[in-house]
Design a protein around this ligand. Structure first.
Ligand code: SAH
Length: 372
């Protein structure tokens, strides 16, 4: 490369967003495209990619592996559920686990993943580890997709201050031909296809140099059924689990029950308030009683096409307001949470004050009347 041209570029090459963010965004886009449920990040370092992936709603199992426990532990707390996760449990389940160990070793905890990411990992591997890596990832783990990124050494002359390698821990850096021949041979051996791409565009006029980070996306050509394959691969555990977080989920009956109780009371309160304000508006004249039955008008936005029967209407009885469960069940959020009316009844039984026939939520409004 022309020395002057090179110098000119080394002054101006600055990736926006920074390259590491572009690499992680690339993985996120891949997740959004393929919607894997189980994702393992090998060489996860400070867990920043895992942190980003925990927000992808398709993912139910996330695992990280790194040979350096200290670097993983530094920020692993960011993978723990937050108070808001307990206040509003998600509909999906999510388990995040971190393992301490090497990608050169097989461990049963690394089985069953749909997507395996190896971002800027392979160039950190010793020769002997790199030799074992394909058998562990493509032979043993055998996920449907593997994404591998690594520096493209052809880009190095354009980067300011890079003498031999981009990082002192790199054991090698490959040019495009070297990476592609290793990737094609690996794909051939383990029956995968591979496509090459990258992040960090070269300057205009220097396209031949290729991306700053080269990426191979491997897709398994043969189908695989999880459990049969796992049982065929007995192997002793060698990795150590250093972190595990199980996120609260509505799939867990305990969280679902809390959410349903909260939503039922909230919905019943809305209905009760509307009923009471109608009564205030029309007074307590029995002849005009029908006017403060909230019925369809009040809830038309919620009830949609639902046919509201007479027994779904809330009513007063002395100091009590009765809000039929059937009405509450017709509200979309309650309906979605419970699925069936029977499930709603089961989840709230004994937790919410109900009429003697269990068909309505009861509120005592004696004190509310006093305040008014
Ligand atoms: N994937 C990270 C950066 C990785 S840096 C990111 O996207 O930002 C390389 C990581 O690989 C380091 O954390 C290093 O500790 C880890 N590593 C090196 N050799 C390893 C091995 N044999 N097995 C597992 N992890 C390894």
């Amino acid at each position: 490369m022309d020395k002057n041209l090179q110098e000119e570029f080394t002054q101006i090459i600055k990736f926006k967003p920074p390259l590491h963010k572009q690499r992680h965004q690339f993985v996120k886009d891949l997740v959004e495209k393929y919607k894997p449920k189980k994702v393992a990040d090998l060489g996860c370092a400070d867990c920043s990619l895992l942190w980003m992936l925990k927000f992808c709603s398709c993912i139910e199992v996330l695992a990280g592996l790194d040979i350096c426990a200290d670097v993983m532990k530094e920020k692993m707390h960011t993978l723990s559920p937050l108070p808001v996760d307990y206040l509003q449990p998600s509909e999906r389940s999510l388990t995040v686990t971190l393992h301490h160990g090497s990608v050169a070793h097989k461990d049963p905890c690394m089985l069953g993943f749909d997507l395996v990411t190896c971002i800027e990992l392979i160039e950190h591997l010793e020769e002997s580890e790199l030799r074992k890596f394909p058998e562990v990832v493509f032979g043993f783990m055998a996920p449907s997709i593997v994404v591998i990124s690594t520096p493209n050494s052809e880009f190095n002359p354009l980067l300011p201050g890079v003498m031999l390698y981009r990082h002192p821990d790199h054991k090698f850096e490959w040019n495009q031909a070297q990476f592609q021949s290793w990737a094609l041979e690996t794909a051939r051996c383990y029956d995968y296809s591979v496509e090459f791409t990258g992040v960090g565009h070269p300057p205009t006029g220097m396209e031949k140099v290729g991306f700053c980070t080269q990426i191979g996306v491997f897709v398994r050509k043969y189908p695989q059924t999880g459990e049969s394959v796992q049982s065929e691969k007995p192997t002793a555990a060698v990795h150590k689990t250093v972190f595990k977080a199980v996120y609260p989920s509505l799939k867990d009956e305990k969280y679902l029950q809390n959410a349903v109780i909260g939503e039922v009371i909230f919905t019943a309160q809305i209905i009760k308030h509307r009923l009471m304000s109608k009564r205030e508006e029309y007074g307590d004249d029995p002849e005009r009683k029908s006017k403060f039955q909230p019925s369809v008008n009040c809830f038309s936005d919620y009830l949609g096409k639902l046919v509201v029967e007479k027994n779904m209407e809330p009513f007063f009885s002395g100091n009590e307001v009765y809000v039929p469960l059937a009405t509450i069940f017709s509200f979309p959020k309650v309906n979605r949470l419970c699925g069936t009316f029977e499930k709603l009844c089961k989840l709230i039984a004994g937790k919410v004050p109900l009429s003697s026939d269990s068909s309505a939520v009861i509120f005592n409004i004696e004190h509310e009347n006093e305040e008014n």
